[in-house]
Design a protein. Structure first.
Length: 204
């Protein structure tokens, strides 16, 4: 259950890139919103910016929770980053729940984003509960699952780029992406963190 250096580097680079690109939304410039949803976003600015701020915070600091050297040599810093990450998830998740009913694509995409928000909050809460109970391995499992959901911000944007390049119908594609940006992430994280028999795989 150990993330390789290469995997960590790619994850961190992509997360940082998406944060840098998405930070433009924090300048309250309506031109930054995609055309189809601009009016809706402008009429729901408070929950929108709550979500953006929380999600970008979680995405920016999240990868550093998986840096083994930092975790082993600076445990206090690891805990502080962890608190910041979980607060970002909480704020971002609440904002996402408030925005889900008005998501572009209608009820199907809205329900997809609402499920993502609930799963995000649940995995973060489970990770916190595990570490407070002293269950370190369970904590690591839940935090990997949590960040897999945070990483949906990356997979969503990569999928949107692919949709634009392939000239697919945007509304139909966006409705599907509301699910595809996070369900495979979570399934992969659950597989990666599955319990293994002694000797069947690498130690956690």
């Amino acid at each position: 259950m150990r993330i390789t250096r290469a995997g960590w580097a790619v994850m961190t680079a992509l997360s940082t890139l998406i944060v840098a690109v998405s930070a433009k939304y924090l300048d309250f410039d309506p031109a930054g919103f995609f055309t189809q949803q601009r009016a809706t976003y402008l009429s729901h600015q408070l929950p929108l910016y709550v979500h953006i701020f929380g999600a970008l915070t979680a995405l920016l600091v999240g990868p550093w929770q998986f840096a083994a050297r930092l975790r082993e040599r600076r445990p206090r810093l690891h805990r502080r980053i962890g608190v910041t990450y979980l607060l970002g998830c909480l704020v971002g998740g609440v904002g996402a729940l408030l925005m889900a009913p008005v998501a572009y694509g209608g009820a199907v995409s809205g329900f997809g984003f609402a499920c993502l928000a609930v799963a995000w909050l649940v995995t973060g809460g489970a990770g916190l509960r595990a570490i407070l109970d002293g269950r370190v391995t369970d904590h690591r499992r839940w935090m990997i699952r949590s960040f897999a959901l945070t990483f949906a911000a990356v997979t969503l944007r990569l999928m949107l780029i692919a949709v634009a390049a392939a000239h697919l119908d945007f509304r139909t594609s966006y409705t599907a992406i509301a699910w595809l940006c996070w369900v495979p992430n979570l399934l992969l994280a659950c597989w990666f963190t599955r319990s293994r028999r002694p000797g069947a795989g690498a130690a956690a």
